[in-house]
Design a protein around this ligand. Structure first.
Ligand SMILES: Nc1ncnc2c1ncn2[C@@H]1O[C@H](COP(=O)(O)OP(=O)(O)OP(=O)(O)O)[C@@H](O)[C@H]1O
Ligand SMILES: [Mg+2]
Length: 449
């Protein structure tokens, strides 16, 4: 066995069976989750990558066959083995028709159980290998990939790669232009769902009056003018990933409806009398501090906790300035292709300016600046003159003092204070801020002069 240990979900309403099965399986180095209540099992299937579902056939609440059907829908990659008592073989055969891998009869013989599990997992392994191949391919699709190799960004990338394997809901936080949408797409592309749809909805861009039918869809005749039905984005994303961008803007009655989707995995189309099952991985994004919105009573706390299972924070560009050279190269390539140009790079002084700017618009701002430069330049190198004036006229540039080695520290301090004051046109408060000291220190030093 490789270092990957498959997760087996065992469902049986008899405690003693659960106990003995889990003992056998753990001894074989499997990860095991046991559930007495099949409804709990549904929750596990929704949230974990279960390699194998080992389920009893006759149970209270949900019978094994229905659990099997739900599992096929919620977690199609999980293999299923049904356990059945003598005499109910017909149902077991039906289970296989519905997609179970095999069945075993009770009382369970250890050797037969392990052999069947082994075979089912062999099949599962093929599925898994396929998945990691796809993951690599996605990583190679450079155009749509998050670029950056600073330590801060690598941490974020690691988290993104990790969460892509799970089904847990993700909340992406980040200032405007930090790459929240691209991060969501990356999570989808690296996940086993990459072949399924990725649907993005911006909650802030849609008028409140239509957002409900846009998200949930409606049936024919649901309201005046609904001459035909409409699926809605949730159902479009069935099997795949749904990004709810600017989730902080979602109206409160829709927050309630969304909570139901997350709790029960069902979509209620407007005007429909029956809810539809759907298998959706939800990613929400926001630039707002949702915790504060909860405190202010603007966002439901229960929904917040449902969404915030995993939290990914996209760092602002000013905290990872060492990523700028790589990003610039990436964007030059991108816009060379788009504009049929052959710009070779950027000169050092232009790069220096980009690397010391504070980037309020983050990566999007950098991307726009490089596109503009690629289009405007008549040479094959981007130079300072190709950058927009708001960057090149920053007064901070080139302002420095020089001191002789061996100058007493106090003199250096006095000199830097004096020069900073000259730079702020004598404004002591601004100077203190720039120097990171108290304003009264400046007053004291200046009066000592
Ligand atoms: N790390 C990155 N590598 C490459 N391109 C990036 C990166 N981060 C962002 N981008 C690009 O910057 C632009 C803005 O990114 P995106 O739309 O994902 O940001 P956002 O956080 O969703 O912004 P907003 O809050 O304004 O919606 C996109 O064109 C995206 O492709
Ligand atoms: Mg966005």
């Amino acid at each position: 066995m490789d270092d990957y240990s498959p997760l087996i979900l065992v469902v049986d309403d008899e405690k003693s069976i659960l106990k003995s099965l889990s003992r056998i399986l753990i001894r074989e180095n499997y990860q095991v989750i046991t559930c007495e209540d099949p409804r709990e099992a549904v929750e596990v299937l929704r949230n974990e990558y279960v390699s194998l579902l080992l389920s009893d056939l006759k149970m209270k609440n949900i019978d094994g066959l229905s659990l099997l059907k739900m599992s096929r829908k919620i977690s199609p990659e999980s293999e299923i083995i049904i356990m059945t008592a003598y005499g109910s073989v017909e149902v077991a055969v039906e289970a296989i028709k519905e997609g179970a891998y095999d069945f075993i009869t009770k009382p369970i013989k250890k050797a037969q159980l392990l052999k069947t599990i082994d075979k089912a997992l062999e099949k599962q392994k093929l599925v898994r290998e396929n998945r990691s191949l796809r993951k690599e391919l996605a990583l190679r699709k450079k155009q749509n990939i998050l670029v950056g190799n600073s330590p801060v960004f690598k941490k974020t990338m690691d988290l993104i790669s990790q969460v892509s394997d799970s089904k847990a809901n993700v909340l992406i936080y980040g200032e405007s232009g930090t790459g929240k949408e691209l991060a969501a797409k990356t999570i989808h592309n690296l996940s086993p769902r990459s072949g399924e749809p990725f649907v993005a909805v911006n909650c802030a861009a849609l008028p409140e009056s239509i957002i409900e039918s846009e998200l949930f869809g409606y049936v024919k005749g649901a309201f005046t003018g609904a001459s035909s039905g409409r699926q809605g984005r949730f159902i479009q994303a069935d099997g795949g990933t749904l990004l709810l961008d600017e989730i902080g803007e979602l109206a409160s009655h829709l927050q309630v409806k969304l909570l139901r989707v997350l709790q029960e995995g069902v979509i209620e189309q407007v005007g429909a009398d029956k809810a539809v099952q759907a298998d959706i991985r939800l990613i929400a994004a926001t630039h707002k501090d949702l915790r504060k919105e909860v405190e202010k009573g603007k966002f439901r706390e229960d929904l917040f906790y449902r969404l915030n299972v995993i939290n990914v924070t996209m760092p602002p560009l000013r905290n990872r300035l060492d990523d700028i050279p790589l990003l610039v190269t990436h964007f030059i390539d991108k816009f060379n292709k788009k504009n049929n140009k052959e710009i070779k790079g950027i000169d050092e002084s232009a790069l220096e300016i980009l690397s010391s700017y504070h980037w309020p618009g983050n990566v999007r701002e950098l991307e726009n600046i490089i596109e503009r430069a690629v289009v405007l330049t008549r040479e094959d190198i981007i130079r300072i003159k190709d950058l927009p004036p708001e960057l090149t006229s920053v007064p901070y540039q080139g302002t420095s003092i020089s001191v002789q080695i061996g100058t007493p520290l106090e003199d250096i301090e006095n000199k830097i204070i004096k020069e900073t004051l000259r730079f702020t046109d004598g404004n002591k408060k601004d100077a203190a801020k720039l120097l990171g000291i108290a304003t009264r220190t400046i007053y004291r030093r200046v009066s000592e002069d």
